[in-house]
Every structure is written in structure tokens, then in C-alpha cells.
Design a protein around this ligand. Structure first.
Ligand code: NAI
Length: 329
């Protein structure tokens, strides 16, 4: 049988953690033949709750769960980790400005980036879920690579929930099966500025843009619905999206590791300069994945409307990067 893969998960006592860990242990992340060791990180005050989650993991008697580590020390959590899901983050408190949220999280991801840079498997694949996820991933990457071991390209941010939300809106609008929809892109930041671009989407060979044939729907309904979906869930549930976020995290890492079989998926990845996005910024791009590597889909035409939307979401990311510059100096 295969050697176990070490999967570090931060924020393990949180809501997303509770939806995520059981699915990882059941083999939904890396395959039904791949044993895993979970390395769980959370704050000192959450350790008791983490113990409770571990008791439940034990009670599932998952055949693929080869071990569980619980800790409040990032250096322990990321030791030899092959995969890391950085879910834990500082939530926005009452009266907290966006700028404060950014800097409070920058501190967390600086510490975790340093731990990953020093102690993780040099080939570690990192997905940041905790918000602001693109900039948190950027910080972790910038700090981690300074140790000269891990690869910048392996730090990613989660746009997959936005991608999946957009797919489901398109399925509802066209009446087509969600599984029939191919070649969606979500450009940019995981925030309401993201640009869900369905110009290339097909369903069983039909162009979805032609099926919908309604430019006003794109601007007035589709983009705002996808962009504000997170807020709509909070309004309805009283809590932020958790099961769907965990599901998207699984989709992201599973496709990265096991391959997308030629299909496009959206990943927040460090730009290589493609589509005029400055190098290093973590930006949602269309990618295909194979043998554990992603490749940006090249050569897509960017029309005036798309360029305008891409510029807006890029400007937000550049502003976020500017806001954490001092912390990285
Ligand atoms: P939660 O508040 O239920 O859980 C967060 C957990 O992280 C808590 O157990 C907390 O103790 C822990 N934590 C906080 N700081 C930590 C640190 N420095 N190290 C380790 N653990 C730490 O939150 P929930 O609902 O699980 O969401 C987690 C994050 O995911 C939030 O930042 C949320 O905004 C983000 N999110 C991102 C989405 C995306 O599409 N990228 C979608 C949905 C949520």
C-alpha cells in the first residue's frame, strides 16, 4: 500500500474544518487508495475543541486515516507536510477596518509562511482559504520562499468556490446539467470584485453565451449574484459558507494533485505575467492540471468589458499588496 501523505489543516476547530477533515480522511482529497496523516493546527484556546473533532474522526474508523497530530505550534503542524490547507484566519471583528483585517492576517500568514518555508516537504502544495485568501497566500509565499526550500508556484488561493457558484448559476439559467458546463473562468481576487467570465463556456458543444443571449443578465444578475453570494449565505444562515467552502477546497486540491483531465478549473496562483497580471500576485486564472502541475490556459481574447473587470479586481489586489508591504520588508 501507498505511504501516507501528510496533510496540514489550520483552523481545524472551525466550521470549515468540521466539513473538511472527515472528507479528507474518507479519501475524497487524494483518492480512495491514499492513506493520510492529518496535522491539525489551531489556537491554544481551541485545542479542546480540536480534541473533540479528533474523537469523532476516531469514531469514523476511517481505513485511510493513518494518524492525527493536534498542535498550536505551526512548526509542528507543517513539519514534513506534503499538502497544507490554510483555513484558520482572523475574522473581521466589530469596528474592524478592512486595513486592520489585512494586517492582523498578514501577521498570521507571516508566521505560517516561515514555518512552511523551514519545515515542510520542499514540494508542499499550499491552498489558502482563510480570507483575504489571495493576499494571505501572497504573504505566506513571499515569506516561505526566503528559506530557499519551497516553491513559489506551490502557493495558491481559493477561487474555486466562486467558480462552483458561477457554474451553478449558469446551470440554473440554461437548464443544462452542471456537469455539462465546461471552460468557465473566474479572474482575480476572491472578493466581490472577482470576474466570473462565461464567454467560453460550452454545454454539450453549445455555446452558453449564445444560449443565454442576454448581456444585461450578465451585468445585472449573474455577476452581482456570484459576487455577493457569500453575503447572501451569511444573511440566510447566520454563519458564513462552510460546507461549500470545504467542498471547493477539496475540488481545488484534488484537481491539482490528481489532474483536471484537460478541463479548465480556476485556481488563484502566483501570476507569471500572463494576461498582463504583474508577476507574483495571486490571481484567479483558468488552468489545466496534470501530474501535479497547473498550466495557465493561454491565448484567450480579453474584450473591453472583460479588461475593465480584470483591471478592477487587479487594482484591489495591488492595493492589498501595498497594505502589507511593510510587514514583508
Ligand atoms: P471559523 O471562525 O469557524 O474557524 C476559524 C478557525 O481558525 C477557528 O477555530 C480559529 O480558532 C482558528 N484560527 C484563528 N487564527 C488561527 C491561527 N493563527 N492559526 C490557526 N488557527 C487559527 O471560520 P470558518 O468559517 O471555518 O472560516 C475560516 C476562514 O475561511 C475565514 O477566514 C473565512 O473568511 C474563509 N472563507 C474563505 C472562503 C473562500 O472562498 N476563499 C469561503 C468561505 C470562508
Amino acid at each position: 500500500s501507498k505511504a501516507p501523505v501528510r496533510v496540514a489543516v489550520t483552523g481545524a476547530a472551525g466550521q470549515i474544518g468540521y466539513s473538511l477533515l472527515f472528507r479528507i480522511a474518507a479519501g475524497e482529497l487524494l483518492g480512495k487508495d491514499q492513506p493520510v496523516i492529518l496535522q491539525l493546527l489551531d489556537l491554544p484556546q481551541a485545542q479542546k475543541a480540536v480534541k473533540g473533532v479528533i474523537m469523532e474522526l476516531e469514531d469514523c474508523a476511517f481505513p485511510l486515516l493513518a494518524g492525527v497530530v493536534a498542535t498550536d505550534d505551526p512548526n509542528v503542524a507543517f513539519k514534513d507536510a506534503n499538502i497544507a490547507l490554510l483555513v484558520g484566519a482572523r475574522p473581521r471583528g466589530p469596528g474592524m477596518e478592512r486595513k486592520d483585517l489585512l494586517t492582523e492576517n498578514a501577521k498570521i500568514f507571516t508566521v505560517q509562511g516561515a514555518a512552511i518555508g523551514q519545515y515542510a516537504d520542499p514540494d508542499i502544495k499550499v491552498l489558502v482559504v482563510g480570507n483575504p485568501c489571495n493576499t494571505n497566500a501572497y504573504i505566506a509565499k513571499e515569506v516561505a520562499v526566503k528559506y530557499g526550500r519551497v516553491k513559489a508556484k506551490n502557493f495558491t488561493g481559493m477561487l474555486r468556490l466562486d467558480h462552483n457558484r458561477a457554474l451553478s448559476q449558469l446551470a440554473a439559467k440554461t437548464g443544462r446539467d452542471v456537469a455539462s458546463l465546461k471552460s468557465l473562468v473566474v479572474w482575480g481576487n476572491h472578493s466581490p470584485t472577482m470576474y466570473a467570465d462565461y464567454r467560453y463556456v460550452t454545454s454539450n458543444g453549445d455555446k452558453v453565451k449564445a444560449l443565454i443571449n442576454d448581456e444585461a443578465w450578465n451585468k445585472d444578475v449573474f455577476l452581482p449574484t456570484v459576487g455577493k453570494r457569500g453575503a447572501a449565505i451569511i444573511e440566510a444562515r447566520g454563519l458564513s459558507s462552510a460546507a461549500s467552502a470545504a467542498n471547493a477546497a477539496i475540488d481545488h486540491v484534488r484537481d491539482w494533485v490528481l489532474g483536471s483531465k484537460g478541463e479548465w478549473v480556476t485556481m488563484g496562483i502566483p501570476s507569471d505575467g500572463s494576461y498582463g497580471i504583474p508577476e507574483g500576485i495571486i490571481f484567479g486564472f483558468p488552468v489545466t492540471t496534470e501530474n501535479g502541475e497547473y498550466k495557465i490556459v493561454q491565448g484567450l481574447e480579453i474584450d473591453a468589458f472583460s479588461q475593465e473587470r480584470i483591471n478592477i479586481t487587479l487594482a484591489e489586489l495591488q492595493e492589498e499588496r501595498e497594505g502589507v508591504k511593510d510587514l514583508l520588508a
